[in-house]
Design a protein around this ligand. Sequence first.
Ligand SMILES: NC(=O)c1ccc[n+]([C@@H]2O[C@H](COP(=O)([O-])OP(=O)(O)OC[C@H]3O[C@@H](n4cnc5c(N)ncnc54)[C@H](OP(=O)(O)O)[C@@H]3O)[C@@H](O)[C@H]2O)c1
Length: 315
Amino acid sequence: MRIRQILSTWEYKDMKSSSITIYNIQVFDCNTIRDDMSNLREKINPFFMYGTAWKENRTENLTLMSLQSGFRAIDTANQKKHYFEEGVGKGITRFLESEDFQRQDLFIQTKFTYEEGQDKRLPYDPKADYPTQVKQSFQSSLDHLKTDYIDSYILHGPSTDKGLADKDYEVWETMESLQKDRLTKYIGISNVSANQLQLLIDKASIKPTFVQNRCFARLGWDKMIREICYENDIIYQGFSLLTANRNFISDPRIKQIAASYGEPTPSIIFSFAKQIGILPLTGTSKQVHMNQDLLGIDIKLTNEEIHLIQSIADI
Ligand SMILES: NC(=O)c1ccc[n+]([C@@H]2O[C@H](COP(=O)([O-])OP(=O)(O)OC[C@H]3O[C@@H](n4cnc5c(N)ncnc54)[C@H](OP(=O)(O)O)[C@@H]3O)[C@@H](O)[C@H]2O)c1
């Protein structure tokens, strides 16, 4: 097991003021326990992200509920097929109007989705070139989310299963220009294979800050991608940690760990994810689970427990 500690300190200019904010983002070897992100954590809440997919007309209230519960990082997409981005914006607005928080206390992430991933309700003109589509989608996200900047803008997925097409690079270059113009703080990519991620890293002038992937235990909790992320100072966001791994999560050995802490199994999985350097997403629709998830994320598992969960899907 390699032990490496702080690998990177990222610095960027806050877009709303001229001050420089330094976030100490500690990126750890994906086989090593990571136990402190306190500097970043004091600023925002990026150690856990609330996901707003499939909430439909409950999106506004659930977004508000998640923020009132303590989440500060929200994930959405300008993709009406699966997300109601305007509802997210309304939930955020209600939160900021009723609580003592400012926009910059929150971390808002949204995505550009190709026409193939959308239904007929497109946030851009499909006949326009790709840079125009990205700019139209981005502007529409700003309108939905009632903000003048995005914290993290994600390419929802490459246009092909294998490799990257010219249009992926065109889209990425446009996203880079949004970051250069300080309209988004970071850019990232989702649903990406190891090969695609490496291609993007090799060719992009601005590398992704985030990768967001479905995290399968049977793939060593997406170990190959996490290794690339680790080597390139990219933060790996894992979704479907519970739903993609039902068989493994119900393993008696994991249940036993949960019982020994007196905590529910999801909390063990989320804290495990955090401790190995994953930024987890939760998509719960229940207040009780939001509270549980936020409390449970700080459970400190032992090396042995981490190792057991990491290898739970090994034959
Ligand atoms: N980039 C992409 O293509 C992509 C794809 C999928 C998802 N995402 C993002 O990831 C987010 C999360 O998606 P997901 O697939 O991980 O989750 P999810 O499917 O939205 O929800 C997790 C499921 O686990 C259940 N659950 C039970 N106990 C729970 C607990 N203690 N905490 C949380 N959930 C519990 C939830 O039920 P209850 O509601 O009853 O708690 C829910 O059915 C999405 O909302 C979206 O933002 C991105």
